[in-house]
Design a protein around this ligand. Sequence first.
Ligand code: ZN
Length: 143
Amino acid sequence: MKMNAEIFAAFSDFCERSGIKRTAQRCAVFAAVYGSRAHPSAEEVFGRVKKTLPTMKLESVYRILGDFHRAGLIKRVHLSGLSRFDSNTSKHAHFVCSKCGKIADIPMPELKLPPSLRGAEEVSMTLGGLCPVCAVRVKSKRA
Ligand SMILES: [Zn+2]
C-alpha cells in the first residue's frame, strides 16, 4: 500500500469536511479504500492495512469503514456473497466475472422514474458473465 502525498492530502481534506479526527489508523484505512476499484471486503482492507500498521485490529477496521460509510466517502455493496466497500459513490451497476471474480463498475445513465419513485436513491444491479481476459482464455481452450 502506497501512502503518497496525494492520498494524504485527500485524507486531510476529507477529515476537515466530515469532522472526523485524523489518526494513523484512519489514514491507513483511507489509503486502502480511497480510489480503489477493487471493491475490497473489510477483511481485504484489514490485510492491506496490516502491512503498514501491524497492531491494527479487524474490529477497528470495521468501525472506521462504518464511519467512512456514514460520512459518504464509500458505499457498502453486496457482491459475490460478501459485503464490500466501494469508493465510487456515484450511481453505477457492477459486472462480476463468473470465472475470476473480477468486479468492474458500469456507469448508469440517468433513469427516467415515474413521479411516485423520484425519491429513490439507491441503484443495485449486478451483471454476470466472463470478463474479456477469461473470455479469451475459454475461447483458446476450446480451439
Ligand atoms: Zn462499484
